[in-house]
Design a protein around this ligand. Structure first.
Ligand SMILES: Nc1ncnc2c1ncn2[C@@H]1O[C@H](COP(=O)(O)OP(=O)(O)OP(=O)(O)O)[C@@H](O)[C@H]1O
Length: 245
């Protein structure tokens, strides 16, 4: 097992003093991502998907419950996870520094590990379908699809075992979405990483995920193989989501 969330609850406290409100972004969520598979996480806005991804990446500590990566509890210092897990987010400008040349952005995760490998950067750019010469460009000089390819190159440069894609194709045109999804599939076959793929778009998730987990109001209401989920969803809420598709 690559990643396991065991009965995870995340509670946020918001509002002014004396009128504090507790928001349960996640309530008793248990999920796993197995070796080499992609788990699709779907649900409406506010259902807790992003909180789940932050917990999976070690960026958000659970209020209760446990998280294990490769069978072991998360290390006390998140730094120790560097290079082993990476994220690709909805907007490339969240993962790419606009003032940094593309090559430097791709090299950064290696630098964090104390490695310098200009060849790896060029090789990675080519692996995601870009010319190595783009390394000297800035993100604003690229198209949306190219920028997302750069984000993927950056995420893969340290050869992580686990990746989170959080609405990674949601901001792209449909034709570009298909190209990026195919790229992710090809790279997964080549590099063998496991993935948590978060999206509100059930069509996209159907194409990429091996299994699906449905979140609603901070809870997972159904987990199923992709084929089963799309042909015979078990939960009423899943049926409604699919009818809307
Ligand atoms: N830092 C925070 N402080 C307070 N409440 C939060 C915080 N982060 C998330 N929440 C609340 O937790 C709930 C789940 O949010 P989350 O962002 O995980 O949902 P989501 O499914 O990813 O939604 P979206 O697709 O809109 O991002 C929401 O009610 C949100 O308002």
């Amino acid at each position: 097992m690559i990643l396991e969330l065991d009965n995870v609850t995340v509670t946020f406290t918001a509002g002014p003093p004396f009128r504090r409100e507790h928001v349960h972004a996640m309530r008793g969520v248990s999920l796993y991502v197995a070796e080499g598979e992609t788990l699709g996480l779907v649900g409406e806005s506010g259902s807790g998907k992003t909180t789940a991804s932050r917990v999976a990446l070690g960026l958000q500590r659970p209020t209760a419950g446990a998280v294990r990566f490769e069978g072991k509890p998360f290390p006390k210092r998140r730094r120790e996870l560097a290079g082993h897990m990476q994220a690709v987010l909805q907007h490339p400008h969240w993962s790419l520094n606009p003032r940094m040349r593309v090559g430097a952005s791709v090299a950064e995760p290696l630098a964090v590990l104390g490695e310098k490998a200009p060849d790896r950067v060029h090789e990675m750019l080519e692996r995601v379908g870009l010319e190595a010469g783009l390394a000297t460009r800035y993100p604003h000089e690229l198209s949306g699809g190219q920028r997302q390819r750069v984000s993927i190159a950056r995420a893969l440069v340290t050869r992580p075992r686990f990746l989170v894609f959080d609405e990674a194709v949601s901001a792209l045109d449909v034709s570009v979405q298909a190209q990026i999804l195919n790229l992710i599939k090809d790279l997964q076959r080549e590099f063998g990483f496991s993935a948590l793929f978060i999206s509100h778009d059930l069509g996209v998730v159907r194409y990429i995920a091996d299994r699906i987990a449905v979140m609603r109001g901070g809870e997972v209401v159904e987990t199923a193989d992709t084929a089963t989920f799309y042909t015979a969803p078990a939960h009423e809420y899943s049926k409604r989501l699919l009818e809307a598709l």
